[in-house]
Ligand binder design. Structure first.
Ligand code: SAM
Length: 280
């Protein structure tokens, strides 16, 4: 089923960026980096899926539907919500191919002002999207509003510590050092590689936790995703497709040994929080 909201705002930079990216977007997930990243993501989604067959999950900024499809395959009912028409067209095709139309509703809306009543959803996933929000509180407030009390929010954010370290080459000069320092001190934002108008916002693990708390969530845990990459493994290797299965298994083993260690969080490229909207 396809729904378009009356509350749509005008096309902005992020929406047109993803309209342009939609065709090739899913190709990223064949890279070694994302194969490992996806494993850790799913291992920290699957155990939290609601068991009630009537429960409803919001895949907030769900893009081409990769996580909606995973969740629907497990029997869940999902609303896949995104602002990009082209990303959703891609999703619609995949959902039809998998005959999951009866479990996934596609909704084109701005996530900061959805048309859903308070406390509609039993769980919310927001993966790889918070980074595009200059004012993340508007997004988190809306997610908190539409989540049922006791329901979980699973959300990821890029780690500024790692983003600043990655900006440093092995032999930095003065301007490399200034650039990395500006990222660390938040004087400068990252941008998407193909479109420097699309800004990327980052948080330290502590800022991420506090931001969730001030928007009404209690954080159960934060896991680190991709700790060996990109800090320790060369870009040539982690942007490779396919590659050696045994090397992949060892990298995954290493990542899994680190991802739940709170004192290793500062080293992780991405942070994934599992948070709850308190009951009372
Ligand atoms: C990097 S993609 C992530 C897609 C999906 N969650 C995944 O893990 O593959 C970010 C998505 O956020 C969507 N998005 C950005 N701003 C949005 C907004 N204000 N409302 C709804 N969707 C938005 C984009 O259209 C894009 O599909």
């Amino acid at each position: 089923m396809r729904l378009v909201s009356k509350h749509m705002k005008k096309t902005d930079g992020v929406e047109s960026y993803f309209n342009g990216k939609a065709k090739t977007y899913d190709n990223y997930f064949g890279l070694l980096y994302f194969q490992v990243h996806n494993q850790i993501t799913w291992r920290h989604i699957e155990p939290y899926l609601p068991t009630d067959p009537n429960a409803l999950i919001l895949d907030a900024c769900g893009g081409t539907g990769r996580w909606s499809i995973h969740m629907a395959r497990k029997g869940c009912r999902v609303v896949l919500l995104d602002i990009s028409e082209k990303m959703l067209e891609k999703a619609e095709k995949r959902i039809k191919r998998e005959s999951l139309q009866n479990r996934i509703i596609i909704k084109r809306e701005d996530i900061t002002k959805t048309s859903y009543p308070d406390e509609t959803f039993d769980m919310i996933l927001c993966e790889l999207a918070l980074l595009f929000f200059e004012n993340p509180d508007t997004l988190l407030k809306e997610l908190n509003r539409v989540l049922k009390r006791g329901g979980r929010l699973i959300i990821s954010a890029p780690n500024r510590y790692v983003q600043s370290l990655v900006a440093l080459p092995e032999k930095p000069n003065l301007s490399d050092m200034e650039n990395a320092l500006d990222i660390l001190l938040r004087k400068k934002y990252g941008t998407m590689p193909e479109n420097t108008k699309v800004k990327i916002y980052t948080w330290t693990p502590d800022e991420f936790r506090k931001m969730l708390e001030r928007n009404g969530f209690s954080v159960e845990k934060i896991v680190g995703k991709a700790t060996t990459m990109p800090l320790r493994i060369s870009k040539e290797l982690f942007t490779k497709k396919g590659g050696s299965k045994s090397l992949y298994n060892k990298i995954l083993h290493f990542e899994l040994a680190l991802c739940e260690k709170p004192d290793a969080l500062a080293l992780a490229d991405d942070l994934q929080a599992i948070a709850r909207k308190p009951l009372g």
